[in-house]
Structures are given as structure tokens and as C-alpha cells.
Design a protein around this ligand. Structure first.
Ligand code: UTP
Length: 478
């Protein structure tokens, strides 16, 4: 009896291998089973699940299609300035006051939700946990998640509504994020307003051969499918249905690495609404034509982001008669998007294209040894959220001051820019500015930090602080 059960088991396992092998051979990826016979059943199941989840025909097609298409460069030749609300407001269609009024109306009506994407692997920062857990508060050591969520909690108090947060993780960050938020009671955001959803993955392939890489004998080298993976993940997780059911019409989108985002800025929402835009984006004025930012441009009446590497120098250097740059707007990845647009695009599998990028990806070689390459050895596939722009009617941009609104945490200490030190310094500078604006004296070199629970801006700060107050030592206003 025992013998025949074991035999049966072997037959099932053999059939499983045969089935996987047949489908892998059909697309030249059979090496993924190289270590199959050495694995125990649990690890075989894991590997089989990963393999079944991959669309190998798509992976092969993308690999063979190669890198950035010539079309982008050709498109870039026709790039012009986008319809914009500039910091110098005299040429703008609406005033900041009109915008703030309209934005506040939408907030008070409960029409606004927030999408925070936090599925990236944060490889440059080299932090052992999801980037959202990084302690960035210059005085408080508050982490990025806390700062963002407290802004949402304070915003919902200010406007007397519930503002739901849809927080995207990836398999690389999901479990840590859930546990961390649980330990901190969601930073006071009611549970019913906090939705954590996980994005999908794509396999990395060997750049020379197109073979999918193994990260371990029993694991495919999978990585998150880019922030544009948000579109599909919103739908499959049920978040999009929740957004619809709550009557949320506009979604404020931000990335986890920038603590200076003015979440649910009424002015930004207002310009978006007054322009009947379906997707709006914040930008900064480029100081240098060749600055390494994504360029927001208008091409044939549609908004596009063109990566600096795809923008020909000749186009980047073009100037208007007044001497200013034609391609002036650098993307900072803060958007407002319409629920209706998300619904329309989420129904189209290929609404957002997959881009390819060369990256360093450790892998297991045929002998079973783990190789840690020093130069990019692999190709990864990612979707980008900004590819939604050309698909959105009446898209506009709003210029913000980079010193006040853009402090992305990208790199580890010791690098030149976007490090914990530069981000903290920018936070201190901004909060010092608010304090001085309301008549507080802050001694030179003294670090200050204002919790969003204390004040969301200088206007709220003025209600809490007596003019003439002096700050002489590091202070956290909370
Ligand atoms: P980046 O492209 O800067 O990537 O992501 P990263 O993971 O933070 O850092 P590196 O490149 O590995 O060093 C910009 C934003 O998009 C999110 C990130 O979490 C960050 O908020 N993102 C990126 C996702 O949510 N999913 C992805 O697949 C990629």
C-alpha cells in the first residue's frame, strides 16, 4: 500500500515536471528546471507557481524587440512646452485663489483619495526594509510612511471628510509594510481608509541570451513590474471597485520617497479641475537644458514624459524668443488622476507599455553558484505611470518650487544628491521658512521639524504659535 502511494506520488511529480518542461521548451526557457531533481516538494511547488505565473511568450517578444524605440527620439523632435500653471502666475488661466477654492470644494465633498506607490526595491538607498520605513524626520526620526499618512489624517480633519489611502507594495515590500503599519496602528488612519495592495512582478532575463534568470535554484529572479504596475494591481486587488463605490473621483498620486509633497494640495487639485484635466502633474523648472530629469512636453496636443536620455541635445537646448527653455518642465512624479481614466485604462491589458532597462541582477549559474555581477548583466521590464499622460484629455502641469516640494530620497549617505542628509536639510529649511513666516525666530543652524499633525502649512502654523517665539535648540513641533 505504502509503496503504491509513493509510486503514485512520483508519477504526479513526474507529470508536473513534464508539463512544465513542455511549456518551457516551447519558449526556450527549460533551463529554469535545471535544479528540479534536487529540490524537495515544497520548493518544487514554489518554483512551479512562479513559472506558471510568467507569460514567457511576452518576455521573449519584449527581449527580441530590444531597447528604446527610435520613435521616442523622433517624437522628441516635435516636443513643445506643455499647457502649464507657472510659479510666475501672470500668464496663468486661473489664479491660485480660484484654484485653492475649487480644490477645497472637491476635498470637502469627499471626492478625493490618495495613491501612494511604495513597491520599489530601493536598491540605491541600500536600506534593509521598504523605503517607507526609513527614518527621515530631521528631529523626530519619523519615517516616510508616518509623514505621508499623518498628512492624510490631518487633511481629512481639516476638510471634515474621510480620505482613503491606497498604498501599493510589491512582493519585495509587502509583508514588512503590513507588519510595520500594524505595529503602528496605521499611524492613526482608520483601518477602513487604509488599503494596502500588492503589484505584480516581471522576470529579469540575461541581457546576452534572453534566458530568464534564477535568483536561487528554486526561485525565478522576479522584480516589481514598475510603478505603472499600479493600474492593473488597483483593478485586480479590488481597490478600484472600492474607489468607485466610495464616490472618489480624483486621486492624488505620490511616490514614497519625497517627504515634501503637499498631499491633496487644494491648489493643484483646483487647477486640475478648472482645466477639466483627466491627469495633471507637478513639475519643476529645469535649471540646465541637459538636467537629468524626465521632461514633460506636449507633442501633437498630448502630454508626454521624455526621459533625459531620449531627448536629443539639440531639442533640449531649444529656446523661446525670450531666451527661456522650450523643454523646461521636469517631472517630479506627483499627479492627480481621474477615477474614470483609471477605470478606462485598467480594462485594457496593454494600456501602458513595458519598457526595458539594463540592471545588475544577481543570479544562479548552471553549476548552482550565485554570481554577483559588477556591471549590468540583465534586462528588466517595467511599466511607467507617466505613460498614462498621452492617454488623458486636457492634461496640464503645475510648476512648483523644487526647494519647497521636491526632496526625493534615492541614494545612500555619501553620494552627491538625494541622500538622507540632503532630504533632512531641505525639510529643516522648509519648516524654518514656515516658522519665520509666522513671526518665529529660529536661530541659525538649529534644526526644526513640524509634524503634519501640528500644522500642514504656515497658515495652520499661525493658529498655533505666538509671533515673537524664539527657537534656540532642535525642536519637533507635534
Ligand atoms: P524608483 O524608480 O526611484 O525606484 O521609484 P526605487 O525602488 O525607489 O529605487 P531604486 O531605483 O531601486 O534605487 C520611484 C517610486 O516608484 C515606486 C518606488 O517605491 C518609489 O516610490 N515604485 C517603483 C513602485 O512602487 N514599484 C516599482 O515597481 C518601481
Amino acid at each position: 500500500m505504502v509503496g503504491s502511494q509513493a509510486e503514485l506520488g512520483n508519477q504526479v511529480i513526474g507529470a508536473m515536471k513534464d508539463e512544465l518542461l513542455a511549456s518551457l521548451e516551447a519558449c526556450g526557457q527549460e533551463h529554469l528546471l535545471a535544479f528540479w531533481d534536487e529540490l524537495d516538494q515544497g520548493r518544487r511547488d514554489l518554483l512551479a507557481t512562479e513559472i506558471r505565473g510568467i507569460d514567457f511568450a511576452l518576455v521573449n517578444r519584449l527581449y527580441q524587440a530590444g531597447g528604446a524605440s527610435e520613435d521616442v527620439c523622433q517624437l522628441a523632435g516635435r516636443a513643445g512646452p506643455p499647457p502649464a500653471f507657472r510659479l510666475e502666475t501672470s500668464g496663468n488661466r486661473f489664479t491660485p485663489e480660484e484654484a485653492r477654492h475649487r480644490g477645497a470644494e472637491a476635498l470637502r465633498a469627499g471626492h478625493v483619495g490618495v495613491i501612494l506607490v511604495a513597491g520599489g526595491q530601493g536598491t540605491r538607498l541600500g536600506f534593509d526594509h521598504p523605503k517607507g520605513m526609513f527614518p527621515i524626520g530631521p528631529v523626530s526620526d519619523s519615517c516616510l510612511f508616518r509623514i505621508h499618512i499623518e498628512k492624510i489624517v490631518a487633511g481629512s480633519k481639516r476638510y471634515g471628510v474621510r480620505v482613503p489611502l491606497y498604498l501599493m507594495t510589491s512582493p519585495a515590500t509587502h509583508v514588512d509594510t503590513i507588519e510595520f503599519l500594524g505595529e503602528h496602528d496605521g499611524f492613526q488612519l482608520p483601518q477602513r481608509d487604509l488599503h494596502v495592495f500588492c503589484q505584480g512582478t516581471m522576470p529579469a532575463v540575461d541581457a546576452n541570451t534572453g534566458k530568464v534568470l534564477l535568483s536561487r535554484p528554486d526561485r525565478v529572479a522576479l522584480s516589481p513590474d514598475g510603478h505603472g504596475g499600479m493600474l492593473a494591481a488597483l483593478a485586480t486587488s479590488g481597490c478600484l471597485a472600492d474607489i468607485r463605490n466610495r464616490g472618489i473621483r480624483h486621486l492624488f498620486y505620490l511616490q514614497v520617497d519625497n517627504p515634501l509633497v503637499d498631499i491633496c494640495s487644494p491648489e493643484f487639485l483646483g487647477y486640475h479641475l478648472l482645466s477639466d484635466s483627466k491627469l495633471s502633474t507637478q513639475v519643476i523648472g529645469k535649471r540646465d537644458p541637459l538636467e537629468k530629469v524626465g521632461n514633460v512636453v506636449e507633442i501633437d496636443g498630448k502630454l508626454h514624459v521624455i526621459e533625459y536620455s531620449d531627448l536629443p541635445d539639440e531639442v533640449a537646448r531649444r529656446r523661446k524668443p525670450d531666451g527661456s527653455l522650450e523643454v523646461w518642465a521636469g517631472s517630479i512624479a506627483v499627479h492627480v488622476m481621474e477615477t474614470a481614466l483609471l477605470e478606462r485604462l485598467a480594462g485594457q491589458a496593454d494600456a501602458l507599455p513595458l519598457h526595458i532597462a539594463r540592471k545588475i541582477v544577481p543570479y544562479v549559474d548552471p553549476s548552482g553558484r550565485t554570481v554577483q555581477p559588477e556591471v549590468p548583466n540583465a534586462v528588466k521590464f517595467e511599466r511607467f505611470i507617466f505613460d498614462m499622460m498621452p492617454l488623458a484629455a486636457n492634461a496640464i502641469v503645475m510648476e512648483v518650487d523644487p526647494a519647497r516640494h521636491f526632496a526625493p530620497l534615492k541614494n545612500a549617505s555619501g553620494e552627491k544628491a538625494d541622500t538622507p542628509e540632503t532630504v533632512k536639510a531641505q525639510m529643516v529649511a522648509e519648516h524654518t521658512r514656515w516658522l519665520r513666516q509666522v513671526g518665529t525666530e529660529v536661530d541659525k543652524g538649529v534644526a526644526v521639524e513640524i509634524s503634519p499633525r501640528f500644522a500642514l502649512d504656515a497658515e495652520q502654523l499661525a493658529e498655533k504659535i505666538q509671533p515673537g517665539t524664539r527657537v534656540t535648540e532642535p525642536t519637533y513641533f507635534c
